[in-house]
Ligand binder design. Structure first.
Ligand SMILES: NC(=O)c1ccc[n+]([C@@H]2O[C@H](COP(=O)([O-])OP(=O)(O)OC[C@H]3O[C@@H](n4cnc5c(N)ncnc54)[C@H](O)[C@@H]3O)[C@@H](O)[C@H]2O)c1
Length: 413
């Protein structure tokens, strides 16, 4: 009874379990509603319905996406939300099936949905492919196709995992940072770029850091809105003492501050920010920065938390669906062994609810369920410590589902 994504005749068919099939499999966990024959009863007037494109991808991608899908489904049944899932191929899986890393149907399905949840792509098998036939090219094409220019990467130290951080306990404890990185502009895309020869005849390589006012404004707006939903503090990171593009950046961000009087804005040079992140990371709430600084600082911030298997991300555009994915890759070294930590993808599903669908209560329910599962001592190998219970990907998923069910209504917490 699995639904099948309608691909071209020569394309692979990707089987996505139908809501009924998932409902049957999770039937022992689904909430009982008075007067409702099953959770699919549409009697609740506030019922919302969303289509979510699932892109499991390669390596551990399918393992972790399947856990996150079940968690979304169960949370939806508690919160009156119906999810219509469609599963489509991308990356190496798509290359093997149809010879391109991002099939047209995958992009169009993603564009037509309310949100996209991605596992990970890539693997040894495709490493020596030419650039246009690499799984990673499919990911860049998907981001460009969805027009997602804002990348939100939280770096939160879970109290239960504070000793996994490379920083001292007193420095790491309580860190909760959101890095908002501009994703489609700046030096990674600026022109002119290339190789040439200078006046002395020596070979040179060159790139251009360029931002327009509107590019800065749109990322700044998302950052202010994000900060407003969090601790109300926004630090804009630039290199305005040296770079013209940063001078413009700082001016535009400062201008926008008047629209957000409830957000406290500060500015910091990127070299200082990289020091402050390891010296006193708790001073930061939300950081907004350009593409290249964000690339580096978000990796630095994520390492404060200790494990790549815990970190979600969201990429958002002006309109259309957002793209939600764990920050880790396809981990081919542990793929298919039920060893992957699914929590980064589960937390990406929480971001999908909060930032993609505006379903804050459902998002909190997932985050609280993850915290409770950690409190109960369950750990995958990457976050294991003596005294806790070592579990695989599937079992971790089952424990999160139990925690979803044991949550009090979030509004009452
Ligand atoms: N967004 C993406 O899809 C994405 C991101 C990064 C890398 N990649 C691709 O993934 C492949 C592998 O790259 P890599 O090895 O550099 O990075 P990786 O993140 O896949 O793995 C790095 C290390 O972390 C471990 N790890 C990663 N995720 C884990 C999880 N959820 N649970 C437990 N352990 C986990 C892996 O076992 C490995 O030891 C490459 O083909 C790369 O191009 C894809």
């Amino acid at each position: 009874m699995a639904s099948t994504f309608p691909l071209r005749p020569n394309m692979c068919s990707v089987r996505a379990p139908s809501p009924a099939a998932v409902s049957r499999r999770l039937s022992h966990l689904l909430p009982r509603r008075r007067g409702a024959a099953s959770f699919r009863c549409s009697a609740a007037p506030s019922r919302r319905s969303y289509s979510v494109t699932l892109i499991p991808g390669d390596g551990i991608g399918p393992e972790v996406v399947s856990v996150a899908r079940d968690v979304l489904f169960l949370v939806g049944s508690h919160e009156g939300i119906e999810f219509r899932f469609q599963e489509v191929p991308m990356g190496g899986t798509a290359l093997d099936a149809v010879g391109v890393p991002l099939p047209e149907e995958t992009l169009s399905t993603a564009k037509d949905s309310d949100a996209v949840l991605l596992g990970a792509i890539g693997g040894y098998k495709w490493d020596s492919n030419e650039k246009s036939l690499k799984p990673e090219t499919g990911l860049l094409q998907l981001r460009a196709g969805l027009g997602v220019f804002a990348n939100l990467r939280p770096a939160s130290v879970f109290p239960q995992l504070v000793d996994s951080s490379t920083l001292k306990r007193e420095v790491a404890e309580g860190v909760d940072i959101m890095v908002v990185r501009e994703l489609t502009g700046g030096i990674y895309f600026g022109k002119p770029r290339g190789f040439g020869t200078n006046e002395s005849g020596e070979e040179i390589g060159f790139n251009t850091e360029v931002y327009s006012a509107s590019e800065v404004d749109r990322i700044a707006r998302i950052a202010f809105e994000t900060a407003r939903k969090r601790g109300g503090k926004l630090c804009s990171v630039d290199k305005a003492n040296v770079l013209e593009a940063s001078i413009l950046w700082r001016r535009r961000v400062t201008m926008m501050a008047s629209e957000f009087p409830d957000v406290e804005l500060s500015h910091m040079y990127v070299d200082n920010a990289s020091m402050q992140l390891v010296r006193n990371p708790k001073q930061f709430d939300t950081i907004v920065t350009n593409n290249i600084f964000g690339d580096i600082l978000s990796d630095e911030a994520s390492m404060i938390t200790g494990s790549i298997g815990m970190l979600p991300s969201a990429s958002l555009g002006y309109s259309g669906p957002g793209l939600f994915e764990p920050i880790h890759g396809s981990a081919p070294d542990i793929a298919g062994q039920d060893k992957a930590n699914p929590l980064a993808t589960v937390l990406s599903a929480a971001m999908l609810l909060r930032y993609g669908l505006g379903e804050e209560i459902a998002a909190k329910r997932i985050e609280n369920a993850v915290l409770e599962t950690l409190d109960r001592g369950y750990r995958t190998g990457d976050i294991f410590s003596t005294g806790s219970t070592l579990v695989g990907c599937k079992r971790m998923g089952e424990e999160v589902l139990k925690s979803v069910n044991s949550q009090k209504p979030v509004a009452a917490i």
